[in-house]
Write a protein that binds this ligand. Structure first.
Ligand SMILES: [Zn+2]
Length: 390
């Protein structure tokens, strides 16, 4: 018997991930088709399919159409082999979902937040996660992990380095949750998690190069290059809310002036005095629906500023698609037109072809589902591979 070297074991893991991802995308699919799609030989596909089926990750659903000879058995990814919990921490609210391994939501929970101290938020988060875990249907693996999206910068160990809107600094959230729950936990920036959610399960499934803009209490972006999240040299890429769009503009808490998020996020409500009838997006949407002129005008102006910042990002990254998510995406009826108009007027002509601007398909759930996906991808194999859609 040959000894498997480290390299062979890695190759096997990579092939296993490629096969699983191919079956997930193309199911129901035969072994021969998987072999043709991946370029792996039939014996390798057969062996790994057998192993994945023995681990409950694949199911055979009976014969498909034959192209001559014996009818092939078709394979499905077993999305109900386990469940994940995804949580999004926002400034005023915490929301959570229980999903299967294909990102389908089985249960949801939410809680409003007034206190932001680390201890009380962590306690409430643990309670919400436990509540969702109890709702999981029986499955071979049970709860496979937990993902959390937070409004701040996160390092590779799941420590929240800096979350100015929560007043958090150096919080080892992953370590704390893993100790309490005894399960693997991943922590991501909320925009990065949202980008993953839309890429895997939402409006970005056919894109390889995509920008996800999360517009809410600030602005963050998730950058997907060639199917993979781009995090930068130390993991802080995507802090686009602090790019300057007004040279001598308003002073920002980051120390700069004229930052994008002062004009194109919920921060733009702050200096409007009595002209706006509310300070929360959900309330302003109700006023806009009733025809409140100043609110509608403000949303249109906010859309214009969103468009200006998106133009800068589009000229820099040349994405196939830009997806706008976060709480402000709920105001798409009023911000969408001015936003698209500004991008159409201002981006370089080469970008206009084949580039589309969409609002998040998963709506306000992109981040939670993306956070759950993070846990799922850890479980299915730490080797990350991306498989082209066609
Ligand atoms: Zn700033």
């Amino acid at each position: 018997m040959t000894k498997i070297t480290g390299d062979q074991a890695l190759v096997k893991k990579i092939n296993r991930s490629i096969i699983l991802e191919t079956i997930r995308r193309h199911a129901p699919v035969s072994r021969a088709k998987v072999s043709a799609l991946t370029g792996l030989n039939k014996a390798t596909v057969s062996n790994l399919v057998q192993e994945l089926a023995a681990h409950h990750l694949l199911q055979e659903i009976g014969p498909g159409e034959s192209s001559g000879g014996r009818k092939p058995q078709l394979l499905l990814f077993n999305g109900q082999a386990g469940y994940a919990v995804g949580v999004e921490l926002r400034v005023n609210q915490m929301t959570g979902v229980l999903t299967d391994l294909e990102g389908n939501i089985t249960a949801e929970a939410d809680d409003s937040l007034i206190e932001h101290d680390v201890e009380s938020v962590t306690q409430r988060m643990i309670a919400m996660i436990k509540e969702l875990m109890q709702l999981a249907p029986p499955s071979p693996y049970g709860i496979i992990g937990i993902g959390v999206g937070v409004p701040g910068m996160v390092d590779g160990n799941g420590t929240v380095l800096f979350a100015p809107n929560l007043g958090w600094d150096m919080v080892p959230l992953q370590q704390r949750l893993e100790e309490e729950l005894g399960l693997p936990v991943t922590i991501d920036n909320e925009a990065n998690a949202g980008a993953q959610g839309e890429l895997r399960f939402g409006a970005g499934q056919d894109a390889r190069h995509l920008l996800y803009i999360s517009a809410g209490s600030g602005i963050g972006s998730g950058i997907i290059i060639n199917g993979e999240l781009y995090k930068g040299a130390r993991g802080y890429a995507g802090e686009s809310g602090h790019m300057s769009i007004e040279a001598d503009g308003k002073a920002c808490s980051c120390g700069n002036r004229g930052c994008w998020e002062l004009y194109a996020s919920e921060k733009s409500y702050d200096d409007k005095g009595d002209r706006l009838p509310a300070r929360r997006t959900s309330a302003l949407i109700r006023h806009a629906e009733e025809g409140h002129a100043e609110t509608i005008r403000h949303f249109q102006e906010l859309g214009r500023y969103l468009g200006i910042g998106i133009t800068n990002l589009v000229n820099g990254f040349n994405p196939q698609s830009v997806i706008i998510g976060g709480p402000l995406s709920d105001a798409r009826a009023w911000i969408g037109d001015t936003l698209k108009q500004v991008v159409a007027e201002r981006t370089l002509p080469y970008h206009k072809e084949l580039m589309e601007i969409r609002f998040a398909e998963l709506g306000s759930r992109s981040t939670m589902i993306g956070a759950a996906y993070s846990a799922i991808s850890q479980f299915l194999g730490p080797v990350r591979v991306s498989v082209p859609a066609t």
